[in-house]
Design a protein around this ligand. Structure first.
Ligand SMILES: Nc1nc2c(ncn2[C@@H]2O[C@H](COP(=O)(O)OP(=O)(O)OP(=O)(O)O)[C@@H](O)[C@H]2O)c(=O)[nH]1
Ligand SMILES: [Mg+2]
Length: 395
């Protein structure tokens, strides 16, 4: 298990590897590696170099070709690099093959994201959720652990692998662990459902969006709570709910875990109840980092994830945040960025029938306009719960 949950204490080094294919052009591969690099820094792993191989399609056994493998091997030996991290999801057998050839621990984007979640998990529920996702990730990879063990015990290489019996026992242990964790989660989830039921009489608004876009900063601003803000990916993995009042109307505002490209499926499954906060919301504030070059792809990833969790139908306000940074870039390249951003905003607002607004949570720009927009939507929902609200003297 340790290979997957360990969070580095001393700064380890890594090389990052990706593919450029007809489906994933070089520019995209570079962008994804830049994101992977941020994920690594979050885990205190320092990327020292990146390798991209041009291929028509990934190789079955090792993902990348022989020549590239040789190049990477020479580099990591000369530079004494600790780990090799692939942006692509690796199959268990690819991981095994690569580990054998490169003689270094091999990680992929999924295992890195799982490790970050493990590092961030503070509550009992989050810890169980992450542990469950990790065991599910581990199950098909168990053979690797055994080959590790046998190698450590001294020189089985070239001989028969670990006994099928031991492997079977080990699989059963992990499977038992998985069902135990599932049961624990079920009982915690029941408590959350009861908790949520007691809040049924208030409108619920959830902040959603790609990781690091400023959801918690906005939460802090709107609710005056001390939401955890950090310039690292997945600063928030546990939902925080706060009661907020705008123009006398109280509602619940929830800060949620950020999404990312290729969020591991095991995580989506085990974080189901955390994501329920989103599914059960009446209104979404979909926060976007307007200054990010891949902002449009981020919107698509978020929409797709919302779809996966059954929350795509919830009315949303598209909140284009970090407009201060956008303006800074504009002075360098003359308005271009803003024009592009406005086009993107119109396109998605139209496509999903959402309202859109540009703000800066950091510099508190346009927050009052956002509050007005939100108020209108909250009021409409509030009236569904309390049809007589306007007849009383609240206004
Ligand atoms: N320039 C600028 N930076 C901002 C703005 N809003 C937030 N940030 C910064 O963006 C970083 C991420 O902010 P968070 O609020 O933690 O983002 P988040 O969406 O909650 O991130 P996760 O919880 O990791 O998904 C922090 O360094 C914030 O200070 C903004 O309007 N302008
Ligand atoms: Mg956050």
């Amino acid at each position: 298990m340790t290979a997957y949950i360990e969070t580095a204490t001393k700064q380890e080094t890594a090389v990052l590897v990706s593919l450029a294919t007809p489906k994933q052009p070089l520019q995209k591969a570079k962008e994804y590696l830049a994101e992977l690099s941020l994920l690594c820094y979050t885990l205190n792993i320092k990327p020292v170099s990146t390798f991209i191989q041009n291929l028509d399609r990934p190789q079955t056994g090792t993902l990348i070709g022989k020549g590239k493998l040789e190049e990477i091997k020479t580099f990591i030996q000369t530079e004494e690099v600790d780990k090799v991290i692939f942006d692509e999801e690796l199959t268990p057998s690819q991981t095994r093959n690569l580990e054998r050839i490169l003689e270094r621990p091999i990680l992929d984007r999924n295992s890195i994201i799982l490790a970050i979640f493990a590092m961030r998990a503070k509550t009992r529920q989050a810890k169980i959720q992450v542990e469950l996702a990790q065991y599910q990730y581990l199950l098909p990879r168990l053979t690797k652990m055994w080959s590790h063990l046998s190698r450590q015990k001294g020189g089985f290489s070239g001989m028969r692998g670990p006994g099928e019996k031991e492997l079977e026992t080990d699989r059963r242990i992990v499977q038992d662990k998985i069902s135990l964790l599932r049961k624990k989660l079920e009982s915690i989830n029941k408590q959350s459902i009861t908790q949520r039921k007691t809040r049924q009489d208030l409108v619920r608004v959830a902040l959603v969006g790609y990781t690091n876009v400023g959801k918690s900063t906005l939460m802090h601003l709107l609710s005056k709570s001390d939401a955890y803000v950090e310039d690292k990916l997945f600063a928030t993995i546990t939902s925080t709910v706060r009661r907020v009042v705008i123009n006398h109307i109280p509602f619940l505002l929830t800060d949620t875990v950020g999404f990312i490209r290729k969020l591991p499926h095991t995580l989506i499954e085990s974080f189901k109840s955390t994501l329920d906060e989103i599914r059960e919301a009446d209104i979404l504030l979909h926060v976007v980092d307007a200054s990010h070059p891949a902002c449009e792809e981020h919107i698509q990833v978020v929409q797709q994830t919302l779809h996966e969790i059954g929350a795509e139908h919830i009315p949303a306000i598209l909140v284009f945040n970090k407009m201060d940074q956008l303006e800074e870039e504009n002075s360098a390249n003359g308005q271009q960025h803003t024009i592009t951003m406005e086009a993107i905003s119109n396109k998605y607002a139209e496509q999903y029938g959402h309202q859109a607004i540009f703000i800066s949570a950091k510099q508190q720009k346009n927050i009052d306009i956002l509050k007005d927009m939100l108020y209108q939507q909250v009021l409409n929902k509030h009236l569904l719960i309390y049809p007589n609200y306007l007849k009383s003297d609240h206004q």
